[in-house]
Write a protein that binds this ligand. Structure first.
Ligand code: TXA
Ligand code: MG
Length: 338
């Protein structure tokens, strides 16, 4: 299959919408990362998304809507707390998990009775959903397990020849995926951290918000493999993820000691002839870290880096915590304490 590359013009977005409507796959930019879209109500089309990504079929998709009101098409249970969140954060990088209506195919939700819904801020994404005339199911537009795509070229690298079209766009503003919050139970719970933080959400709800306990865990290799003790509520959070080709190690501890140690290990490994990459984000410029992380990981792959040495982000539950969550997965939880 030849993948078309569309500049984001009105006419091209219309064509892309027709592709979605007739069951095809179109990748498109959002403010977080690029998504790989299909008609959320078409189980066969959604099946092709799993195939193109090589994604396990128990890992549900996020359904994207053009307007907040369209949430009603997907769920009957819109309580006052949910309304507060969508009023405050939509359109934007927040995904809400709610009980699904029967019209949402099991394929789309990986067999779950709930559906994840997001109203993206990106104008290109919203125009595409409108042009398709249907909500769009879209996971991140990467091969499963690889870093999420934040540039058009990342999508082309991973999916060219496997999907119908890519709408090109500017680099994604946020750079990590949306915050996912489960609103299907009595107690709201964050399943995946993002740039909308627990503090932001608590302020809007007027009450504290729980974190999926596995977000604070550091599973061993064994625990990740047998997955009996490590069971995050969002199926996607259990897989090895965001992984560069290179081995990656995170160094945690006093920031200066970490820099010294990384420099020592770098020199030592370079003497052995290994190509080493270093990731050292500032301990306060977390938005910048979010913006750069996945692109850095992919650049290291292109440069055929053998080993990536990264400094831990120490923030407890804000944007830094969300970036650190991705870094830990990229490194397969390989952390060295300095
Ligand atoms: O920013 C984003 O959210 C991007 C853009 C494209 O919108 N999308 C994205 O999708 O990151 P994906 O498929 O890569 O990640 C979706 C996450 C997975 O961890 C999945 O398991 C979880 O959301 N999820 C989806 N539906 C769920 C549900 N019904 N219950 C619990 N977790 C769910
Ligand atoms: Mg993903």
């Amino acid at each position: 299959m030849k993948t078309k590359i569309f500049e984001p013009t009105e006419n091209n977005i219309k064509k892309a919408g027709e592709i979605i409507r007739s069951g095809g796959l179109v990748a498109f930019p959002t403010e977080t990362v690029f998504g790989l879209g299909a008609d959320a109500f078409n189980a066969d089309a959604v099946g092709r998304v799993y195939e193109a990504k090589g994604r396990p079929s128990d890992n549900p998709m996020i359904v994207h809507v053009a307007e907040a009101e369209e949430l009603e098409k997907l769920t009957d249970s819109i309580g006052h707390r949910l309304k507060k969140l969508t009023d405050a954060f939509w359109p934007g990088p927040l995904t809400v998990v709610v009980r699904k209506k029967d019209i949402v195919p099991d394929r789309t939700t990986g067999g779950l009775k709930t559906v994840a819904v997001r109203n993206p801020e990106s104008i290109i994404a919203r125009r595409l959903i409108e042009a398709s005339g249907t909500p769009i199911a879209a996971p991140s537009a990467n091969i499963s397990g690889r870093p999420s795509p934040t540039k058009t070229e990342h999508v082309i690298h991973d999916l060219s020849g496997k999907i119908d079209a890519v709408i090109s766009g500017p680099d994604c503003r946020v750079g990590i995926e949306s915050t996912v919050i489960d609103m299907s139970d009595d107690r709201p719970m964050i399943l995946r951290p993002g740039i909308i933080t627990p503090g932001d959400i608590a302020r809007v709800l007027g009450e504290g918000v729980a974190l999926d306990p596995t977000l604070k865990e550091r599973p061993t290799k064994e625990e990740m493999k047998n997955q009996r003790s490590f069971r995050p509520k969002a199926p996607g959070m259990k897989y090895k993820h965001y992984a560069p080709m290179a081995e990656m190690i995170i160094f945690e501890g006093d920031p200066t000691a970490v820099r010294i140690r990384i420099d020592e290990v770098r020199k030592e490994q370079e003497e052995k002839g290994r190509k080493v990459g270093v990731i050292l984000f500032g301990q306060s410029a977390f938005r910048e870290a979010a913006h750069d992380l996945f692109a850095d990981l992919r650049r290291f792959d292109e440069e055929e880096t053998d080993l990536i040495l990264a400094g831990a982000l120490t923030e407890k539950d804000g944007v830094g915590f969300a970036v650190m969550n991705r870094m830990l997965k990229s490194a397969g939880y390989h952390v060295v304490h300095v």
